[in-house]
Design a protein around this ligand. Structure first.
Ligand SMILES: [Zn+2]
Length: 156
């Protein structure tokens, strides 16, 4: 399976640079070229897999319903464009929680990777060094794009 692993905030949707948290529809904005880029990846035979760290979902600082409001809107907007994500993985923890799923750790995708035969053309797109480290940790190429800029898909 050819998989495009894709970070969410700063890559698919705008990431506020003050609190790094997209917790209301007012803050929600799909970034330029995301729709076309995702469609092109699908045309190239890629399955889309979202991998995102979301600090403290389910705590007072980030109630789950606030997360879901934005997340469900994003998935709905993409679905309306014919874009479906094969899998969506979310780490809801804080860095200091020391969980096994926060990127660059691989806990979010370990089971998934056991279930599939990962094609060598798979890759990860993110805007942070932790995304590149995550890519390395699961053995795929990592591509870094600038936070909140245009969505670029790798030319392999
Ligand atoms: Zn976690």
């Amino acid at each position: 399976m050819k998989v495009a692993f894709i970070d969410r905030d700063g890559v698919l949707i705008f990431e506020p640079q003050d609190d790094f948290q997209v917790d209301s529809l007012e803050k929600y904005r799909i970034l330029p070229d995301v729709i076309d880029g995702l469609k092109e990846l699908i045309d190239q035979g890629y399955k889309l897999v979202m991998v995102t760290n979301q600090n403290g979902i389910g705590t007072d600082s980030f109630p789950e319903e606030d997360f879901l409001l934005v997340q469900n809107k994003l998935l709905e907007d993409l679905r309306n464009e014919g874009i479906e994500f094969e899998k969506v993985f979310v780490c809801p923890h804080f860095a200091e929680d020391g969980c096994a799923c926060r990127k660059p750790k691989t806990g979010m995708v370990d089971e998934f990777l056991k279930e599939i035969d990962l094609d060598k053309a798979s890759f990860m797109i993110g805007d942070r060094d932790t995304d590149l480290q995550f890519a390395e940790n699961i053995g795929v190429r990592g591509f870094k794009i600038e936070t909140n800029s245009k969505f670029l898909i790798p030319r392999l």
